[in-house]
Design a protein around this ligand. Sequence first.
Ligand SMILES: NC(=O)C1=CN([C@@H]2O[C@H](COP(=O)(O)OP(=O)(O)OC[C@H]3O[C@@H](n4cnc5c(N)ncnc54)[C@H](O)[C@@H]3O)[C@@H](O)[C@H]2O)[C@@H](O)CC1
Ligand SMILES: Nc1ncnc2c1ncn2[C@@H]1O[C@H](COP(=O)(O)OP(=O)(O)O)[C@@H](O)[C@H]1O
Ligand SMILES: [Mg+2]
Length: 282
Amino acid sequence: MNTPIAIDRNEILKRYKPIDKYTHKGIQGHALLIGGSYGKIGAMCLSSKAALKTGCGLVTTFVPLCGYEIVQTSILEVMVVTDEHERYLSDISFELEADAIGIGPGMGQKMATQKAFHDFLSNTSTPLVIDADALNILSHNPSWVALVPPRTVLTPHPKELERLIGKWYTKEEMFGKTVVFSLVNHVVIVMKGAPTYIIDGETIYENTTGNAALATAGSGDVLTGMITSLLAQSYKAVDSALIGVYLHGLTADIALPETGYQSFIASDIIANIGKAYLSLED
Ligand SMILES: NC(=O)C1=CN([C@@H]2O[C@H](COP(=O)(O)OP(=O)(O)OC[C@H]3O[C@@H](n4cnc5c(N)ncnc54)[C@H](O)[C@@H]3O)[C@@H](O)[C@H]2O)[C@@H](O)CC1
Ligand SMILES: Nc1ncnc2c1ncn2[C@@H]1O[C@H](COP(=O)(O)OP(=O)(O)O)[C@@H](O)[C@H]1O
Ligand SMILES: [Mg+2]
């Protein structure tokens, strides 16, 4: 196993692109977030708001019908497109052209949703982030991994990773299997945890930000929105993963003196993305 490269401020500054004075929302990137189901529309609100706050120009959220008013009223800046089904996704089709798509948070794994995800994968070549239930659907249908576009970013937590690559008994085995999965399928894998590792083929990166305050509902959904936003802003897949994970962790380090570990929630990540960005400008 290759020694991990520590991702600190210096490594991020090598990749970070400051905002162009003359940019506008039309060229700042359009992120599309797809997911949600009855009772889990919040996951989409979190990932969509996180995408906006990470800097892309436009965000559209694709949810089942029951999510329409929830997303429209909780985030005014986001546009909403709905599936025809009331409670879960059954047909992922839309007219818009997104620069990046994040799919999976709160999506559930109903058979109709699985089929819709299969058809979506068969028809997309847009830069992609796959998370949560979309990862679990891939684990149930391993042959569909071949449909995943090259350079897609997968963001499993340890349980989702185990479902995807199978059990491991040592840390070396876990890294070995993940590296093989990345190489064979040409994908970038964000192994979420404490710390988070990013695997790009045989190259392993270890994030240096973040703390136990992040062990709270929705913090992964927020990360999906952040990485999708960076992809939409034309960052390479691996750089989107590295910058997204670094900034996400940094929000918790910044907020900790005010919130403590226990009262920090996923919305606090979103609220501190601005300060995390500003720390790159000093
Ligand atoms: N407000 C919302 O709408 C929320 C929706 N969510 C969605 O709920 C769905 C289910 O996600 P879950 O991740 O809860 O369900 P999963 O069944 O995928 O994962 C939960 C299991 O993974 C284990 N696990 C998680 N992190 C671990 C770690 N770091 N180390 C070891 N084991 C770990 C847990 O112990 C548990 O057994 C997803 O679609 C997700 O996006 C959640 O993100 C919570 C918030
Ligand atoms: N103890 C911890 N220290 C640092 N980061 C953590 C810790 N616990 C969780 N995280 C981070 O929080 C996020 C959790 O993601 P995930 O389990 O998908 O949450 P959810 O599905 O509820 O949104 C990951 O980015 C993970 O690295
Ligand atoms: Mg998750």
